[in-house]
Every structure is written in C-alpha cells, then in structure tokens.
Design a protein around this ligand. Structure first.
Ligand code: CP3
Length: 345
C-alpha cells in the first residue's frame, strides 16, 4: 500500500501527540458541494454509490475543495439492508424508503446474511479505486451503520423523529429483534473487514439513533452489538464510534477498546472527557447549523471548541452531518480555522 503523506488522523488515533489537530466533517461528501449536485442530475443515488468511478470522484471532492485531513467513502449505511435482501429506495427530498419493512418472524425469513464479496463487492472496488486516486494524500475512512440504527430503518421503513415502530418491535418481540440485530452485526463485521482488506485506513460506526434509547436499552440493544464489531476490528484498524446523543454511555463505549468516540454539540468537551476517560480520542463537536453563521462567528466559535478540547487526543469535526444549505466557503472557513488555531499556539 502506498504511504500516507498527511497521516495526522492516523497518528492521533494511535495516541500520538501531533503538530496540529486533524479535521474532517461528517457527510462531507455530498449535497453542499456544487460538483456533487451536477453528478446528481445524471445518476440516481444508488448508481452514485455503485459505480466505483463516481463514488471515488465524490469521495475526493471535499479533499480537493475544502482541504479536510481525511476522506470518507461516498456510500450509505443503507447498502447493508439492501445486501441482506431488503429493497431500499432513496427518494429525492424525502430520504430513504424501505417499502417492505420487517415486522414479523415471517418477514425475517425474507432476509439473510449475505456473502459480502458478492453483494457489496462494488464498495470494495470503490475503496481500491479511491485509494489509488488519493495517492496517499490523506487517509480513507470506511464506515457502516450500527446494528440498532440499521434496525431502525429495516423496521420503521423510513426516517422518523422517534423510530417508535422500531422501538415497539424491540419491546414487543425482543427475541426477534435480537435475532435481527445479530444478523446485521454478522453482515456488518464481514462488510467492514472487507473494507479494511480493500484499503480503508480507519472505520467509523454511525449510531445516528443511539440517543433515542435510554442508558439500559442502549447497552442491551445497541452497544452489545457495537462491542462485537469493535472486538472484531480493533486489532486491524482504528475504530471510531459515533453514537449521537448517547453521551451517558461514553464510559462504556470507551471500554469497548474503540480508538475514538464521536460526540455531538449537546455535551461540553470537558464533561465528555471526564465520562470517556483520558485514553480515548474524542471527535467533534461543532453544531452543524453554526456553519450557517457569518464567517467571523464560525472562526471564533471554532477557537472556543478547540480550547475546550485541548491540544491532544482530539479530531475536529461537526457534531453531526453537514447540512445541505451550508455555503462551501463556510465549510472551508471551519476547516481553515481548525488548521490555523494550531499555528497561533
Ligand atoms: O459522510 C460522507 O460524506 C460519506 C457519505 C455518507 C452518506 N450517508 C451519503 C448520503 C455517509 C457516511 C452516510 C451515512 C448515513 N446514511 C447515516 C449516518 C450518518 C448520519 O448523518 O446520521 C444515515 C442515518 C444515513 C441514511 C440516509 N441516507 C438518510 C436518512 C438520507 C436522507 C437524508 C439526507 O441526509 O440526505 C440518506 C441519503 C444520503 N446519503 C445523501 C448522501 C450524500 C443525500 C441524498 C442525495 O444526495 O441524493
């Protein structure tokens, strides 16, 4: 494999002190970039995911145009339910739709733990091509959804503020729910190992809906399965867990042995550090909506954030994905403010 020139992210995740804090943005490959919007006119969402040349091109756009210290593969967490045999549509302006969600034991017979090389080989091809085209400029982050977040979509069938049907499924049919969570976990472990084999340098697990569960449910329904994933991967690759809203469980997430933990903007970095302990790297936590502020405000807010995290064991990021209406120069101002903060020290 070619050597990585800007390896700040990898060094921080290894626990090293670096000359400055690395920065990237969740959902950086996508809708706020005009070049992405041009590709959108020509190809459907899953076409963009499935054609390695398109995925690689979109993955690299923010590296060239915004100056982030890492690339994250352009794909989606919902390629996993798709590979398990469920239909997934992406509706313009509406988000995901799974027309035949899982509700009963009978539904569970429609899905399976697939051969990931057969069903998701296109993702591995996209990773190989992206690595070639990045040519060692920055590391490449691979990812998957946490089993609970994937179950949310497989059962609810679409986005939701509460995912009440997914929760009801877990509470009314716990055995079935755990069977489904284990199937997702087994698929995802094989999928992420494939990503690492193809060249992903870091893995991030997105538990976007982890914060909908109370602490006990988070342990039983979500973290139990994330723990299996981290155990299966952590010797081979640095792993970051981002469980949005699940700040109450930072201590148990750190105990999984994950190298990094993402936090959102609803917890102070100092408090997150106390909960997570002093070994793990913290990633975050700029409010994505604050990128809609005037640039001088973005700059001063970034300074506040950087001071709160301190100069080590931190990856600067947003507290959730970048919003589609953020002007590109505001995204760039965020990245530059992080980079410059170091120079002023
Ligand atoms: O981070 C990146 O830039 C890499 C690409 C990426 C996408 N989705 C592309 C995408 C990643 C890491 C994801 C993860 C993802 N997908 C999550 C977890 C992260 C999070 O934001 O919480 C979730 C919950 C999904 C499921 C999903 N995909 C939803 C709910 C939607 C619709 C709402 C939205 O964000 O647009 C998508 C569609 C999607 N995935 C788009 C992109 C760029 C936008 C659709 C389009 O451009 O046509």
């Amino acid at each position: 494999m070619n050597e990585i020139k800007n390896d700040l992210l990898l060094r921080v995740l290894r626990g090293e002190q670096t000359e400055r804090t690395p920065v990237w943005m969740m959902r950086q490959a996508g809708r706020y970039l005009p070049d992405y919007m041009k590709l959108k006119e020509k190809y459907s969402f899953f076409e963009r995911c499935q054609k390695p040349e398109l995925s690689a091109e979109i993955t690299i756009q923010p590296v060239d145009q915004v100056g982030v210290d890492a690339a994250i593969l352009f794909s989606d967490i919902l390629v996993v339910p798709q590979a398990m045999g469920l239909e997934v549509q992406m509706l313009e302006g509406k988000g995901p739709l799974l027309p035949e969600p899982i509700k009963t034991a009978k539904d569970l017979n429609r899905i399976y733990v697939p051969d990931v090389n057969e069903k998701l080989g296109y993702v591995f091809d996209a990773i190989k091509l992206t690595k070639q085209e990045l040519n060692g400029r920055v590391p490449l982050i691979g990812f998957a959804g946490a089993p609970w977040t994937i179950l949310c979509y497989m059962v609810q069938g679409k986005g939701s503020k509460t995912f009440d049907e997914a929760k009801a499924f877990c509470y009314m049919q716990p055995e079935l729910a755990h069977q489904l969570l284990q199937m997702i976990t087994d698929t995802t472990i094989a999928y992420l190992k494939g990503q690492v084999k193809a060249g992903a340098d870091v893995i991030q697990i997105f538990d976007s809906w982890g914060g909908l569960l109370g602490p006990d449910d988070f342990e039983n329904i979500s973290l139990k399965y994330i723990r299996q994933m981290v155990s299966a991967l952590k010797e081979d690759v640095p792993v970051i867990i981002f469980a949005k809203g699940a700040w109450h469980s930072l201590q148990s997430m750190a105990a999984t042995g994950a190298h990094g933990l993402g936090i959102d903007w609803c917890i102070q970095p100092e408090i997150a550090r106390q909960f997570a302990g002093y070994k793990v790297v913290l990633q975050g936590n700029f409010d994505p909506a604050k990128l809609l502020s005037p640039i001088p405000v973005i700059e001063s807010e970034v300074k506040k954030m950087m001071n709160a995290f301190g100069s080590s064991k931190h990856i600067a990021n947003l507290g959730h994905g970048i919003l589609p209406n953020v002007p590109v120069d505001h995204a760039r101002a965020f990245v530059n403010a992080v980079k410059e903060f170091q120079i002023q020290k």
